[in-house]
Design a protein around this ligand. Structure first.
Ligand code: AMP
Length: 390
């Protein structure tokens, strides 16, 4: 395990910089590489294409399948840590022989978080609050699960056990008669079936945990989704103190039970009576955490690196109330969006990931800070509406 050499930022790098290997080439990996370099580490990215966002930010890039065990074993031989940014990677390929650095997330955690069946079962068995759910392996089991859960809520959602994200791999059912079609639509694969949660808000909590079991929890974020994709994140979440402390405790407890090293993101529903239920886990940085890049004393990417490199995990403060707005490829339908209109506001920043635009694709995000959360929210919404109308 690397020694603790220095505080987080600003001190001169060690004579022989330690290397962090990032498996996967998306924007999360790109922002991780950016933070790693500022903190004095070098980075190696393994991803399919040289044009991938993380490939553009890494010191070294290998164009290959980041789930290839032999390649990872060889490439990561000299790395102090391996950070997996793609949930799709098969955990069986994640244990390079003789590797004694940190693997984040570890194979056991990765196995659980990439399969909704294992994830929900893990949470329920450990007494961590989740909504009512059932598992179904065939059309009859889906019908039986829907029959039971429709008695709790007027609608249920079936989600593929693997591979779904941003609302994909999900079908809503309003009657048991919808079950056979839902089974076919989802590709006749194992599913998790959930009762619809009549939530008051959606929030997420990010916890950093290092290999000594030290933890630091971020302020709670409040998320608004549109068409199943994150639209905006507010920090700090406008929730009562009881909800905030309940959510942070639940996230810390989950991170401890999983023994995560790195970041754990816990997506949650806030019920109308103030209770909090876990919806989903991600053992890595998260889209909602991008708001920390400009508005918190440490970004989620810096904290991820601190956690995997065994550095101290300081408390994180909100520097200013802020709102992050995702920029999807739809905004490019008539060419490059008019950024001037956004940047005329001195408190707005734009982050672009260097990807080719496609409808629904996450191309970048904006962050607006404000004197108050309401002011930041109004500025973010106005900027988004201007871009969408241009
Ligand atoms: P997920 O991929 O599980 O994060 O779901 C994407 C979005 O669908 C969530 O952020 C919610 O807005 C909605 N959703 C998912 N599951 C449920 C549920 N059981 N009840 C109500 N809304 C849900």
């Amino acid at each position: 395990m690397p020694e603790i050499k220095r505080d987080i930022i600003g001190l001169s790098p060690p004579a022989a910089p330690q290397e962090i290997c990032v498996l996967g080439g998306g924007q999360l990996g790109a922002m991780l590489c950016e933070a790693a370099r500022r903190m004095g580490y070098t980075t190696l990215c393994i991803s399919p294409e040289a044009a991938d966002p993380a490939a553009q930010w890494a010191d070294r890039h290998i164009s290959a399948d980041p789930g290839d065990p032999l390649l990872v074993r060889d490439a990561a031989r000299h790395s102090a840590a391996i950070a997996v940014e793609a949930e799709s990677i098969n955990p069986a390929s994640l244990v390079p022989g003789g590797f004694c650095g940190t693997l984040s997330p570890g194979a056991d955690v990765q196995r659980i978080v990439r399969d909704r069946r294992l994830e929900k079962t893990f949470l329920a068995e450990n007494g961590l609050a989740v909504g009512p759910f059932r598992l179904a392996e065939n059309a009859d089991e889906l019908t039986a699960a829907a029959t039971e859960l429709l008695q709790i809520s007027g609608r249920v959602v079936a989600k593929t056990a693997r591979g779904g994200y941003d609302g994909r791999g999900q079908v809503w059912l309003e009657s048991i008669h919808d079950a056979p079609q839902a089974w076919r639509t989802l590709g006749q694969v194992p599913v998790v079936v959930e009762a619809a949660v009549d939530f008051a808000a959606e929030i997420s909590v990010i916890v950093a945990r290092n290999n000594r079991g030290e933890k630091s929890v971020f302020p709670v974020f409040q998320n608004e989704h549109r068409n199943g994709i994150l639209f905006q994140t507010q920090m700090p979440a406008p929730q009562p103190l009881e909800v905030v402390s309940q959510a942070q405790s639940l996230a810390m407890e989950t991170a401890e039970m999983l023994a995560v090293v790195g970041l754990l993101t816990v997506e949650m529903f806030v019920l109308k009576d103030g209770r909090v239920w876990i919806n989903e886990l991600a053992a890595r940085p998260h889209n909602s955490g991008h708001v920390t890049l400009r508005a918190a004393s440490r970004s989620q990417f810096e904290m991820h690196i601190c956690a995997i490199m065994g550095l101290p995990l300081p408390p994180v403060d909100v520097l200013a109330p802020a709102v992050m707005t995702n920029l999807l490829g739809d905004l490019w339908s008539r060419g490059e969006p008019n950024w001037g209109a956004v940047l005329a506001d001195g408190r707005a920043t734009i982050h672009l990931y260097g990807k080719a635009p496609r409808p629904g694709r996450k191309m970048g995000h904006m962050i607006h800070t404000g004197e108050t959360l309401e002011a930041a929210q109004a500025a973010g919404l106005k900027a988004f509406n201007n871009l969408a109308a241009a």
